[in-house]
Write a protein that binds this ligand. Structure first.
Ligand code: ADP
Ligand code: ASP
Ligand code: MG
Length: 613
């Protein structure tokens, strides 16, 4: 006999027939000898409807009242699912988040779960009842009972958190697709089903746009070792398992806000190659990295950002032993990369920098918490360390700094994030040292598991930010104070002297709904600190490839860039982390880019998926 948490999404409870089908499945699971807790979302598109209603009344609805409104959708579902179970002769009881005792932060519309009381749940289970819990909601305290919601798509998170709190045997997420596919089947019907995927890979995919799972649900599964499977509520197919290494024992208190950083790592065996002033047109990155791949050079971080005057800088890091080869490739290709500067054309310039170090903080607790990256930048600033390159992923932030400052930087970060400076910690660093993208174990899978598209991003660029320690701290600290998460942070490689101060451009992406607010705030800051213009572009799309198998595999980036170039799509920004590569392209070309990349990596199957209406 097992204790199972089953979560049913909106489309799975979208009609009377679907609710009856859910009840049947739950009933069968109980009859097979299991205890079941059911978590449900609002029926069909109810939540969208409620959001629309609120915006018809108010342009900027009060967030507390928004939670009061949106939480009603799930309350309807729990009641009718319980009734449907009763009809089958299966005793059941519905409970709201408050009735269970799901305590969250007092942050309306985006609360994180702090604690789940399990007494009442366990009592009802003991009585032989199925407990049907409202997903997506909680309360801010057991005194005030202020209703909070977890953010759109948050029922997945409710379900996995309940599974963790109850120490359930596993958590099943039932939805309208047969599991996790190589990409969204609504955009690419040839997407293929995966039998399993690691939680690291799924975390990236989920936060890069694959909405089949809420990233925070994956984070909880990973942190607490909850076995998690995504299945279709239409069929009996086995679905996709999300696998996690056995985690360390963790307290269930402050469930979603446990320590954000688990580890501080460094790698001093790095060198940087930059190509400055390459033309901003399709095919440039493909050409450069295509040649690099043919020379079998494994690159680590890659960044590219657009500039005033329509030329780009592309920079990448390699391990020192292969620097010579990488530099030779860049030098050979530079003369062919000419950009038009007024009348004359200039060739790209190669810049090499040795004696740099990559330092990283990592931990699943940093997901959706912009303050963690900001804290890293602030800590480095206070230690007087200038940041040359930044690479972010959902669970890791890496900065390239001067190698001479590495020890100082690491000591400061260890202290700030309370990471023990013991022998074991040093040992671990030594093991990962010099191995480039090697903090992930070798994978038996193809280098790319999935491709994701995020059409809800905006790009912000700030021109002429003084190049000195503390700038990233100031900038991202400000954004973090307003709870704005940033991704794809890119500093230009070239420096320009303006008013006697060397300056760089900084670009990054934010959620589109945060774009205007971020711009306004940064414009104020720009005036105060003497930065240049702040530019916002909403018409972008971010396409990303994810796979633990790309670690130590030359040629993966090249293949992605070549697929994009073949379709004459221009890449505006590139940013990588260990297990993902993301490109920003024009919004109108987002879907096309997704499709061609998916095909280029041989991910398409012969069968076409049809998502039930
Ligand atoms: P639910 O209402 O059950 O929570 P969602 O609409 O939130 O369902 O998530 C399921 C949808 O996620 C699918 O219908 C599909 O369009 C989309 N999706 C995006 N990326 C993927 C992917 N890689 N695999 C499967 N589905 C995906
Ligand atoms: N009903 C909520 C939403 O639509 C939560 C969920 O479905 O996961 O966002
Ligand atoms: Mg969902």
């Amino acid at each position: 006999m097992a204790l199972i948490v089953q979560k049913y999404g909106g489309s799975s409870v979208g009609s009377v027939e679907r609710i009856q089908a859910v009840a049947q499945r739950v009933y069968k699971t109980v009859k097979a000898g299991n205890s079941v807790v059911v978590v449900v979302s609002a029926m069909g598109k109810t939540t969208d409807g409620l959001v629309k209603l609120a915006h018809e009344i108010s342009k900027n609805p009060n967030r507390r009242e928004m939670d009061m409104l949106l939480s009603t959708g799930e309350q309807v579902s729990i009641a009718v699912v319980s009734m449907a179970l009763d009809e089958l002769g299966q005793p059941a009881i519905s409970l709201t988040g408050a009735q269970v005792g799901i305590v969250t932060e007092a942050e309306h519309t985006r609360a994180r779960i702090l604690d789940i009381k399990t007494d009442r749940l366990k009592r009802h289970l003991k009585e032989g009842k199925v407990v049907v819990v409202a997903g997506f909601q909680g309360i801010s305290s057991l005194e005030e009972w202020e209703i909070t919601t977890l953010g759109r798509g948050g029922s997945d998170t409710s379900a996995v958190a309940l599974a963790a709190a109850l120490r359930a045997d596993f958590c099943e997420i039932y939805t309208d697709v047969p599991g996790i596919l190589t990409t969204d089947p609504r955009l690419v019907p040839e997407a293929q089903l995966m039998e399993e995927i690691t939680s690291d890979e799924m975390l990236e995919l989920a936060s890069l746009g694959a909405k089949v799972l809420h990233p925070r649900a994956v984070e909880i599964a990973r942190n607490y070792g909850v076995p998690l499977v995504v299945r279709s509520s239409w069929t009996d197919q086995p679905g996709t398992w999300v696998t996690s290494p056995k985690p360390q024992e963790r307290s269930l208190l402050n469930l979603e806000i446990a320590r954000p950083v688990d580890d501080v790592q460094f790698d001093t065996d790095q060198a940087k190659v930059a190509l400055l002033r390459v033309p901003d047109k399709p095919g440039v990155a493909a050409r450069l990295f295509g040649e690099i791949a043919r020379q079998n050079v494994d690159v680590d971080l890659i960044i590219q950002s657009i500039h005033e005057g329509n030329t780009n800088d592309i920079a990448f890091t390699v391990t020192t032993p292969i620097l010579k080869r990488a530099e030779a490739v860049a030098a050979a290709i530079a003369p062919a990369l000419r950009s038009q500067k007024s009348a004359e054309s200039t060739e790209a310039e190669v810049m090499v920098q040795q004696e740099i170090a990559k330092i990283s903080i990592s931990g699943a607790g940093m997901i959706g918490r912009p303050g963690v990256a900001a804290q890293m930048f602030i800590t480095l600033a206070e230690a007087g360390v200038n940041i040359q390159m930044i690479s972010t992923s959902e669970v890791k932030v890496s900065c390239v700094v001067d190698a001479a400052q590495c020890d100082r930087a690491i000591a400061a970060l260890r202290e700030a994030f309370e990471i023990e400076d013991e022998e074991t910690g040093r040992q671990r660093d030594k093991e990962t040292r010099g191995q480039g993208r090697n903090s992930f174990p070798p994978s038996a899978h193809p280098p790319v598991r999935g491709v994701a598209l995020d059409m809800n991003q905006a790009r912000l660029a700030i021109r002429q930010v003084p190049d000195r320690a503390g700038m990233a701290a100031k900038l991202f600290g400000l954004l973090a104070q307003h709870n704005i998460s940033v991704d794809m942070i890119i500093q230009s490689q070239r420096c320009r002297i303006v008013d006697g101060i060397p300056r760089r451009d900084i670009a990054f992406t934010v959620a589109r709904m945060d774009g205007e607010a971020a711009k306004k705030m940064l414009q104020q800051a720009a005036e105060e600190f003497g930065w240049g213009e702040v530019v916002l572009d909403n018409a972008i799309a971010k396409v990303s490839i994810v796979g633990a198998g790309m670690v130590g595999q030359p040629g993966v980036a090249a293949k992605m860039f070549e697929a994009i170039a073949q379709h004459q799509i221009n890449i505006q920004m590139i940013a990588t982390s260990e297990i993902k590569i993301s490109c920003v392209v024009d919004q109108e070309q987002g879907v096309k880019a997704l499709q061609v990349i998916h095909a280029a990596f041989g991910l398409a199957g012969t069968e076409k998926f049809v998502v039930p209406a």
